[in-house]
Design a protein around this ligand. Sequence first.
Ligand code: ADP
Length: 298
Amino acid sequence: MLELRIEGLSKTYSNGVKALQDVSLTIPTGMFGLLGPNGAGKSTLMRTIATLQEADSGSIALGDIDVLREKDKVRRLLGYLPQEFGVYPRITAEAMLNHFAVLKGIVNAKERRDTVNALLQRTNLSDARKQNLSTFSGGMRQRFGIAQALLGNPKLIIVDEPTAGLDPEERVRFHNLLAEIGENVVVILSTHIVEDVSDLCSQMAIIAGGRVLMSGDPQAAVRELNGKVWRRVIGKHELEDFQRRYTVISTRLVGGRTVIHTVSDAQPDPTFEPINASLEDVYFHYSKRDSQAQAEAA
Ligand code: ADP
């Protein structure tokens, strides 16, 4: 089974931003979620794996291919849906996909027609094949982006923030599409949306500030936190006090009331109720722990 191994990858931009700091990850076949806030370094990592930009140090191997050096080999195996797909010209979906297929080297006309038809069908765009891309909705654009990324049967598929801006129905549709491709290829899904990972991914990593905060099986991470997450409804003005006294990992308004989640091995006091941990709690827990560690180091 194909595996992507990233070791000690670092990148500092010329403005001094450390976008990647000694990132090491092993990404197996299947759907891998790269979860992190905006600015975490996800796109930098995706673009580096996609051979579109250079790292300062470290290595990436896809099977026995040296990704940072054997770029052409990687490109032949790669399907990439960038964050900004960008170009939506007044050309039909079918014509554009046909054009991309030519670029991918599918020169035989019949083979190309069959491939384009199959991909339009798979991404549920057959009915929209004669429609100009410029008239596509956000969800249709993303599905078209997947269609072009799947050209040439890639073994490594990278999708960068694909569900940002999709309405709930389109997100579900897009999830179903991704779930179908993730079987025999390496799929890396970068996202800041926890549900993308909990719905789809068998393996994940959380990154922030260019660093890997955790990696592994999302379900296992949730199980590990189970029994340690406590919930309490507080008054609006009590938040600061609670933040001082407890490890508050998240705060949210639920029906106009402020609900906090804290993490601790034992019940902080009888006013806190135990709740089942979620992947969102995992995400906030690791983020909180990291920002505390960073603050202490500063
Ligand atoms: P994400 O995809 O997680 O939002 P990015 O990889 O886009 O994160 O960005 C990581 C950090 O690097 C951010 O602080 C961003 O502002 C910075 N950054 C990204 N691209 C460049 C660039 N070309 N030049 C300078 N800084 C950049």
